[in-house]
Design a protein. Structure first.
Length: 277
């Protein structure tokens, strides 16, 4: 069982949902990424998602675009990101790590080399925004050898047939993009998201994570009522950006945000209180 599957199993045993914060590796400085990851885990993160800096992040809104620009200004590469994961693993051998990024840096490294290096560094899963399942066979061949989970995206407009195809090749969990558009683009309609996630779960046996538009404790709590995982990205990166020149204030800000979401997600709902759960 992979670290990701093990974590979801453990959470399911206690009736809890996964909280997955996203940070861009190297933002605002490469020396701060690993300490931030440890702070997020201490604040209640169950899985950490690390963005690999890329010059053309097509799915990202202005907040994460600027984070990637700051990281690229520090010359952060995929190889350095793997080194950060390796350093993180020196103190944390259990928290699953997912890399999120774009295909070009992986193609430059080479699929066999990437799969091997990522696994050896301690990466558990990879989500490549611009790689659809129809084009993933060559990469999947390599990741299967190194037991890396490849996570694919499902959007609000994904057809049932395509959801089933994605479910057939995904590992770890599937990622539902709750909004049409880029990260941080719009207000989340929790009711619509809940309805859509229920439909996806009727066809997918893997856990379903939800990202895009989750900005605060109430939205995290609402989504966690139906999803298996809540992914927070832009809201967290905003705190990093606002405190980029003060590492202590930055750590405190991201800790408060994640602690608030964790508490809201773990709080009993009105329905469960009525039922006596």
């Amino acid at each position: 069982m992979s670290r990701i599957s093990q974590r979801f199993y453990e959470l399911n045993q206690t009736g809890r949902k996964a909280l997955i914060p996203y940070v861009t590796a190297g933002d605002p400085d490469p020396t701060l990424t690993v300490p931030l990851l440890h702070a997020l885990v201490a604040a209640g993160a169950d899985i950490v998602e690390i963005g690999v800096p890329f010059s053309d992040p097509m799915a990202e809104g202005p907040v994460i675009q600027r984070a990637m620009e700051r990281a690229l200004a520090k010359h952060v590469t995929l190889t350095q990101v793997l080194g950060m994961v390796r350093t993180f693993r020196q103190q944390d051998a259990t928290t699953p790590v997912v890399l999120m990024g774009y295909l070009n840096p992986i193609e430059v490294m080479g699929y066999p080399q990437f799969a091997s290096a990522a696994s050896q560094a301690g990466v558990d899963g990879v989500l490549i925004v611009d790689m659809p399942p129809e084009e993933a066979e060559a990469l999947l061949t390599q990741t299967h050898k190194t037991k890396l989970d490849v996570i694919f995206l499902i959007s609000p407009t994904t057809t049932d047939a395509r959801i089933q195809r994605i479910a057939g090749v995904s590992g770890g969990f599937v990622y539902y993009v709750s909004l049409k558009g880029i990260t941080g683009a719009a207000h989340l309609d929790a009711g619509v998201v809940q309805q859509r996630v229920r439909h996806i779960k009727s066809m997918v046996s893997l856990p379903v994570g939800v990202g895009f538009g989750i900005a605060d404790a109430p939205s995290a709590q609402a989504v966690s009522q139906v999803a298996d995982a809540v992914v927070v990205g832009s809201a967290l990166v905003k705190q990093i950006e606002a405190n980029q020149h003060d590492a202590t204030a930055m750590t405190q800000a991201v800790t408060r945000l994640i602690q608030g979401m964790r508490a809201a997600m773990d709080a009993p709902t009105a329905a469960s209180r009525v039922a006596g759960v």
